[in-house]
Design a protein around this ligand. Structure first.
Ligand code: CP3
Length: 317
């Protein structure tokens, strides 16, 4: 998930002098931010500092980040012609700075801390590409999907090629595991997931899977179609906090699971915070193949000491 970010004073300090895109574009700075949570929190793995929206730069959608408002696209996708016009590009030439950040971070990390590379899933990327930014209802995305299904499938298929290839390149650069983020897929019905999204996620994961490193398939709001979500692929299935870990695990069969602390539980006072952590550990029951994690990213309001306390509790428990 997002390990670095505004909740960390060290990160905020760097952000006073550099925009988020500057941090991403500089392999040295990105590697430095990648290491911050490992040092401060004592987590077992690092995730490279980058963003799922970076491929929108070579796709010429006009990516920018506005203070407090999140990502913004100057040229969102409006119709089939926009999809047709999407340029193909060379990953090494256009996103090589992420691969360089991976190489640098790998060299700087302790040998027992693996590095996770990542990319956005076709649906979540398409939602930003069509909405032009964040959305609560995904109205433009769903209208596009229903009204122009051919253009929709072409868009997701192109995005699947981009992210699948990008993930494989990250593994070649040294990432020990890869995570595909389908952050907003839970806004869909189970039927629509199967029809409009699943084949494309499957393609992205299968392209990434050629690199032979473990794949983590991340989603939120997937409780109503978890089996279909898992069937798209991934060695590890990530779940949010809206379902109990043991119930979810029994639905995905013989696979590893990631999750599932409610991010807002880090705002809860003791003993409630520790109670929720212990409940997840009890539901995992020391079965191998559980990656303890939040169900989604760390909220900016979170106290770093609370995150550290959870890491220590998980390690001690
Ligand atoms: O933990 C890390 O350091 C890894 C880096 C990372 C970022 N984005 C940096 C970032 C990762 C893994 C992401 C993934 C990402 N980006 C996702 C998928 C995971 C999720 O949280 O659902 C999504 C949907 C995005 C798109 C994105 N980037 C949004 C919606 C925003 C704005 C929201 C916000 O919190 O402001 C960003 C900006 C962004 N990317 C930040 C960070 C640390 C925010 C902090 C800042 O403005 O400096």
């Amino acid at each position: 998930m997002r390990q670095a970010g505004r909740y960390m004073p060290q990160y905020r300090k760097l952000r006073e002098r550099h925009s988020i895109l500057d941090l991403c574009h500089s392999p040295e700075l990105a590697a430095e931010v990648t290491l911050q949570p490992v040092e401060r929190l004592g987590v077992d793995a690092a995730i490279v500092f980058a963003d799922i929206l970076l491929p929108f730069e070579p796709l010429r959608l006009g990516l920018g980040f506005q203070a407090g408002e999140g990502p913004h696209l100057d040229r969102p996708i409006r119709d089939a012609a926009d999809v047709e016009r999407l340029p193909s590009f060379d990953i090494d030439a256009e996103l090589g700075y992420v691969l360089d950040a991976i190489r640098l971070a790998r060299r700087a990390l302790p040998v027992d801390v693996p590095l996770i590379g990542f990319a956005g899933a076709p649906f979540t990327l398409a939602s930003y590409a069509i909405e032009g930014g964040a959305s609560r209802t995904f109205t433009k995305t769903k209208r596009f999907m229903y009204q122009t299904p051919d253009a929709w499938h072409l868009l997701l298929s192109k995005l699947a090629d981009v992210v699948g290839t990008f993930l494989a390149a990250q593994a070649r650069a040294g990432a020990h595991a890869l995570q595909l983020f389908d952050s907003w897929v839970g806004c869909l019905s189970p039927d629509d997931y199967r029809t409009y999204v699943q084949p494309h996620s499957r393609k992205a994961l299968s392209l990434a899977g050629k690199s032979q490193v473990p794949l983590i398939h991340f989603g939120t709001g997937t409780a109503t179609f978890l089996e279909d979500f898992a069937a798209a692929g991934g060695d590890v299935i990530s779940i949010d906090w809206r379902m109990p870990l043991d119930a979810a695990w029994s639905r995905i069969g013989n696979r590893a699971i990631q999750g599932n602390l409610e991010p807002a539980a880090l705002l809860a006072p003791e003993p409630e915070r520790s109670r929720q952590v212990s409940d997840i550990l009890a539901r995992a029951g020391r079965r191998p193949g559980h990656i303890f994690n939040l169900g989604h990213g760390v909220l900016p309001e979170t106290d770093v000491a609370a995150v550290r306390a959870v890491v220590d509790l998980v390690h001690g428990g």
